[in-house]
Design a protein around this ligand. Structure first.
Ligand code: DLL
Length: 440
């Protein structure tokens, strides 16, 4: 086996600006090492490669990656818990798991070097949001098996900033500490932050007057309209951080101050976009499923992992000068889509429509139901307290504007129900917005 590819966390940021050919050389070397490492140590992966008649030596260029078989979530489930680990347990220093809705979770293991790399990419991500060691960062992603809390935590420490490890939940206390400690940045889901804004308001606190200036939001899809609302209501700059447990956790990609796509830390995570049906690799700019190959992961390397997340590679270079490529914000997962009366609908399209209309709050549910044998959508959305107690005619007009806005984005007229503030359940982690009551 080849020696480890050690990455010193301190060499971090310069890699974002490498010359393209230097980066491609680095990626190829790392890809070749990863394929050798995986072939030598992961039986199920070796079997798949043998079935395709591909050997590690066949990877002579980055394009040769298309010869390799894909990895899917079922491979992780079938090899539960440690079957895809490429290192003995004596070298695994931490486990995380993603909370599947059904059955067993997906388990991932990290060597010490994997943890160092994770801290490094998270540090680079926080630098992308303009954070420095002078910041006080509240980490309100859940700590525990979920990667959000500890992932962000280690990144803040690597940056040398001050971490406030509040974890998720207990929103009143979160707001109190944010105010008392002079917190300047927060890491949490966008839906939880919307909740924190209203909790602050209930306590007579205005986040715009507090020290907080940056939010690092992710773990769930959110729209540019949601970003606008958050930035206005809290007086902060909001950044979009992407990641998934199977690849490392948060810190796979993040947007910079230009918000023109998320820079993917491609010296560690090699991106491809494929057509989810044909699995053909798509050119830059075309939307498809994001497939990622880890280039430095030791504990559980992932070769051509199908994320199910839909995006495209942004062509061209970013005004910030980083040379690492960008992916567009993840607006949805291929398995989030529902089909109503023959129309493909993504929840994010409904969020975009709802938040483009004044008077709505960023708390909504999408209820799917069957009536007379037909599938339908009802959108329940909270509206501001003043509007709710207003005259019927105004409410009807708002309801019509919302129905029109939704019809404008999805092409279907759906039932919109205006509900009072605080009616819709708040989430502390990933929001569950779609409630499916359809007859199956
Ligand atoms: O959610 C890791 C994470 C934690 C990312 C904190 C960002 C911040 P999982 O629980 O494995 O890991 O869920 C991964 O969440 O495949 C996407 O579908 C979704 N997701 C994550 N970040 C974003 C984002 C963490 N910024 C799954 N936008 C991924 C849209 C996101 N979807």
């Amino acid at each position: 086996m080849q020696k480890n590819i050690m990455v010193k966390p301190d060499s971090a940021n310069a890699v974002d600006y490498l010359k393209k050919d230097v980066l491609r050389d680095l990626q190829l070397k790392r890809l070749q090492h990863t394929v050798q490492h995986t072939y030598a140590n992961v039986a199920s992966y070796r079997k798949k490669m043998d079935e395709r008649n591909v050997k590690p030596e066949d990877i002579k260029s980055l394009e040769d990656i298309s010869k390799l078989p894909f990895t899917i979530k079922a491979d992780l489930r079938d090899n539960y818990p440690f079957g895809l680990f490429a290192r003995p347990m004596s070298e695994i220093v931490r486990l995380h798991a993603s909370s599947g809705t059904t059955g067993k979770p997906i388990v991932v293991g990290y060597t010490q070097n994997d943890l160092n790399i994770w801290s490094e990419v998270m540090k680079r991500a926080l630098m992308c949001c303009g954070l420095t060691k002078n910041d006080i960062v509240q980490v309100s992603y859940g700590y525990g098996l979920f990667t959000g809390g500890l992932g962000a935590h280690c990144g803040v420490e690597a940056l040398g900033a001050t971490v406030v490890p509040t974890s998720a939940g207990n929103s009143k206390r979160q707001v109190m500490l944010m105010n008392d400690f002079g917190v300047t940045a927060i890491c949490c889901t966008p839906s939880f932050f919307c909740h924190l804004i209203e909790v602050a308001q209930e306590q007579g606190l205005d986040m715009r007057k507090m020290a907080i200036r940056v939010g690092v939001f992710g773990a769930e899809p959110w729209t540019p309209e949601m970003r606008k609302r958050i930035e206005e209501e809290a007086g902060i700059k909001a950044f979009d951080i992407y990641g998934l447990s199977e690849i490392i956790g948060p810190g796979v990609a993040i947007d910079c101050e230009h918000h023109a796509g998320l820079h993917i830390f491609e010296d560690h995570f090699y991106p491809e976009i494929v057509d989810p049906d044909t699995l053909e690799v798509l050119p830059d700019g075309e939307v498809g499923e994001l497939v990622i190959t880890t280039l430095t992961k030791e504990g559980i390397p992932m070769v051509r992992y199908r994320t199910r997340d839909l995006t495209s590679i942004v062509p061209g270079e970013c005004a910030c000068g980083r040379t690492i490529r960008r992916i567009n914000r993840i607006s949805s997962r291929s398995d989030d889509m529902f089909i109503i009366r023959g129309v493909n609908v993504f929840p994010s399209q409904i969020e975009t429509a709802l938040l483009s209309v004044d008077g709505t709050l960023p708390h909504y549910n999408i209820v799917l139901y069957t009536e007379n044998g037909m599938d339908n959508i009802e959108v329940d959305v909270e509206i501001t307290g003043e509007l709710f107690s207003d005259r019927i005619r105004e409410l009807e007009s708002l309801q019509k504007r919302l129905t029109d806005a939704i019809a404008g984005t999805i092409g279907l007229r759906v039932k919109v129900k205006l509900v009072a503030p605080q009616t819709i359940q708040r989430s502390e982690g990933k929001a569950r917005r779609v409630i499916d009551h359809r007859n199956k």
